[in-house]
Design a protein around this ligand. Structure first.
Ligand code: ZN
Length: 293
């Protein structure tokens, strides 16, 4: 796929600015998954209308646009995706919409990427590093200012408020992880490579980059050996995914189970209780503390 980052956005950006505003006066932005929705709403507030294609517990890795989604994408003026092959469906539809008056912001452009050793695929989950998430937040702020320079003070003010919270969150992680007794944590979905890298931890994934990529019997036996050898106390998983194998490993090894969420989508209970990136990252930290001690 041809990646369109900020450079090309600048070319399209001017065009976007002279668009007739929609009736509600908001900037309408179509995004591919929850993190982009959360960050854009935090900065844009009432000035933006974010349409998340994988809302309501949808699984971004397995997303295929419906007819309704195709209509939304065809009519979109502004689209944000992560890139890094996180949205393989986008390659197919981009040819159909690229001649439209649309700009596409690819959030992962310019970030260093990790390669999964088993599959040689790019690990798309860059946002699980707090530093990366903070940078993505800044890129989205710049994007909104470019689309709507009149409201720059509002975007900047909202950005600064949350930017401090990223710094605070990172300090909480650094502080809590400092006194760990082990570096290894076992997780169902291989989504936390960037988090592991950020805090010098070692992620031992059970499944793969995609939550349904099941391990071979050999890999499973290796994981069981590692869990026993390192006396790893918790097997972590996201509760929305296929957790049978994680539970089996816990049973075989006597480990307990806990939760580690990649925050790719929110289920309805999380939406109802106003969870967001920060609350879920803090919940993840509580589980990590248990798992690393
Ligand atoms: Zn994932």
């Amino acid at each position: 796929m041809k990646k369109i980052g900020l450079t090309l956005l600048l070319l399209f950006g001017l065009n976007a600015c002279i668009q007739q505003p929609k009736d509600d006066g908001k900037i309408h932005i179509v995004v591919s998954f929850y993190i982009l929705e959360d960050f854009t709403e935090k900065i844009g507030g009432d000035l933006v209308n974010v349409i998340n294609l994988t809302q309501g517990g949808g699984e971004p890795h397995e997303f295929e646009p419906s007819t309704q989604d195709m209509k939304i994408l065809t009519e979109a003026k502004h689209i944000m995706i992560l890139g890094n092959d996180f949205e393989p469906w986008f390659n197919d539809i981009y040819d159909n919409i690229k001649s439209n008056d649309v700009d596409v912001l690819v959030l992962s452009d310019g970030f260093e990427t990790l390669i999964d050793q088993n599959t040689n695929q790019i690990d798309p989950h860059i946002w699980t590093s707090i530093t990366n998430a903070q940078s993505m937040f800044s890129i989205i702020k710049d994007y909104l200012i470019e689309l709507d320079p009149t409201h720059e003070p509002t975007y900047t003010q909202n950005y600064e408020l949350y930017n401090q919270e990223f710094t605070q969150l990172k300090a909480e992680y650094t502080d809590a992880i400092k006194n760990r007794t082990r570096n290894e944590f076992v997780t169902n979905h291989a989504a936390f490579g960037y988090l592991a890298q950020e805090f010098n931890l070692t992620m031992i994934p059970i499944m793969g980059l995609e939550p349904d990529a099941e391990p071979s019997a050999t890999i499973m036996a290796q994981i069981i050996d590692v869990v026993k050898a390192y006396k790893i106390p918790y097997i972590l998983y996201e509760d929305e995914a296929n957790t049978d194998i994680a539970k089996t490993i816990a049973k075989e090894t006597g480990a307990l189970t806990g939760v580690l969420r990649p925050i790719e989508s929110l289920n309805s209970a999380q939406v109802a209780s106003n969870e967001d990136y920060f609350s879920l990252m803090r919940e993840n930290l509580e589980w990590l503390k248990k798992a690393l001690n």
